[in-house]
Design a protein around this ligand. Structure first.
Ligand SMILES: NC(=O)c1ccc[n+]([C@@H]2O[C@H](COP(=O)([O-])OP(=O)(O)OC[C@H]3O[C@@H](n4cnc5c(N)ncnc54)[C@H](O)[C@@H]3O)[C@@H](O)[C@H]2O)c1
Length: 253
C-alpha cells in the first residue's frame, strides 16, 4: 500500500496501460479517478477497482477538450477532496511513413498526444496550485519520442511533444512544488495495436519478430509499466522532476 489515500487521476484509463495503472493505484490504496473518452470502459475499470476493495470514480473525459478536463478534475476533487497525482496517459497511434503521413494524421496525433497532455498539465497544475498541493504530473510518452521510426512518423513526432512537455513542465512548475515526470514504454500488448498489423495471425507473427529483437525476449504487457507509475506517484520520487523512466525490455539499451 504505497499510495494510501493519495488522490490520483489517470487519463485513458479505460483500456491498456492506463487501465493497468489505475488498477494498480487502486490496489496500492490510492483514490483513483478513472478518466476516459469511453465512459463505459472507464466505468468497467472503476467497478473492478471497487470490487477489489479500492476506491474509484469514473469520469468521461476527452483530453483534447479543456472543459471536459476541467469538469473531470473538479469531479475528482468533489469526490476525493483534492487531486495530488495527474497521469496524462491517453494517447492514439496510427502507423504512417514519411511520404504517406497525411495532414489529418499529423494534426490528430499532435492534438491528442501533444495538446491533450498540455491541457492535462495546465488544468491539473492550476488546481494543485489553487489547493496548495505539491502534486505530481506523470506523462506517458514512448521510446518513439526519443527516436523516430520510418513507420510511425506522425506518432513519434507527437510523442516527442509529450516528452518535451515533461522537461518544460518540470522547470515551469518546480517553483510551485509540482514535479513533472514521464514513463516511456517500448512495445506493449494493448488494444492500441488492434488492426494495425492486419489479421490476428499477421499481428502475432509481427510481434514474434519484434520480440526476437528485444533483449528481454518478449513484448511487454500493460502491467510491466505499473511499477514505474507507482514509484513516480509515491513519496520515494519526491526529488525527481523532468526525468523519463524508460520501460522497454532493453530496446533502447
Ligand atoms: N501500446 C504500446 O505499445 C505503447 C508504447 C509506447 C507508448 N504507449 C503510450 O501509452 C499510452 C496508452 O497506450 P495504450 O497502448 O494503453 O492505448 P490503448 O489504445 O490500449 O488505450 C488508450 C485509452 O485511451 C483512451 N483515449 C483515446 N483517446 C482519448 C482522448 N482523446 N481522451 C481520453 N481518452 C482517450 C481510449 O478510449 C483507451 O481507453 C498512450 O499514450 C500510448 O501512446 C503505448
Amino acid at each position: 500500500m504505497r499510495l494510501t489515500s493519495i488522490s490520483t487521476v489517470v487519463t485513458g484509463a479505460g483500456a491498456g496501460i492506463g487501465a493497468a495503472i489505475a488498477r494498480r493505484y487502486g490496489s496500492e490504496g490510492a483514490l483513483v479517478t478513472v478518466a476516459d473518452i469511453d465512459r463505459e470502459a472507464a466505468q468497467t475499470v472503476c467497478d473492478e477497482i471497487i470490487a477489489a476493495g479500492g476506491q474509484a470514480l469514473a469520469v468521461t473525459m476527452d483530453v483534447t477538450d479543456r472543459d471536459a478536463v476541467r469538469t473531470g478534475l473538479a469531479q475528482a476533487r468533489d469526490r476525493f477532496g483534492r487531486v495530488e497525482v495527474m497521469v496524462n496517459n491517453a494517447g492514439i497511434s496510427v502507423s504512417s511513413g514519411v511520404f504517406d503521413t497525411t495532414e489529418e494524421q499529423w494534426m490528430r496525433h499532435q492534438r491528442v498526444n501533444g495538446f491533450g497532455v498540455l491541457i492535462g498539465m495546465q488544468e491539473a497544475a492550476k488546481m494543485m496550485i489553487a489547493d496548495g498541493i505539491s502534486g505530481r504530473i506523470v506523462n506517458v510518452t514512448s521510446i518513439s519520442g526519443i527516436r523516430n521510426n520510418a513507420d510511425w512518423v506522425a506518432y513519434a513526432a507527437s510523442k516527442a511533444s509529450t516528452s518535451s512537455l515533461i522537461h518544460g513542465g518540470a522547470r515551469a512548475l518546480a517553483g510551485d512544488g509540482i514535479t513533472v515526470t514521464g514513463i516511456a514504454p517500448g512495445i506493449v500488448e494493448t488494444p492500441l495495436w488492434r488492426g494495425i498489423h492486419g489479421t490476428e495471425q499477421e499481428h502475432r507473427e509481427r510481434f514474434a519478430r519484434y520480440a526476437a529483437e528485444i533483449p528481454l525476449g518478449r513484448i511487454s504487457v500493460a502491467e510491466d509499466l505499473t511499477g514505474a507509475a507507482v514509484f513516480l506517484a509515491s513519496p520515494d520520487a519526491a526529488y525527481m522532476t523532468g526525468q523519463i523512466i524508460t520501460v522497454d525490455g532493453g530496446i533502447t539499451a
